[in-house]
Write a protein of this length. Sequence first.
Length: 113
Amino acid sequence: TVRVKKAAIPKVEPRSPRAEVDPGRMPLALIHFVVTNQGNVRGGFELEASAPEGWRISPHRKRVDLSPGESEEVSIGLIIPEGVPPGVGEVILQASAKGYEARAVVKVTVLPH
């Protein structure tokens, strides 16, 4: 007997693996991810975004509901306040549903200002 487990399984991919922000010119950047349901049933995925200390994430969607094989873009607004030193940090989007998790990382370069 073969049992097929019914589950909504998330996959998260960045639209681009890298981004740049120049706090002196434009302190806001949109970071785009694609969330896909790789499972075999419709499911809701809880979304959580994170960034380095001192960086701010603007309010974003906290959940997406997707049918099997369906994808949806989720955009994260990233604000780099003046005074943040130049360097590279990571913005992470995690999607989870009933024991399944996926995450993707975008490396963000803060340019000197």
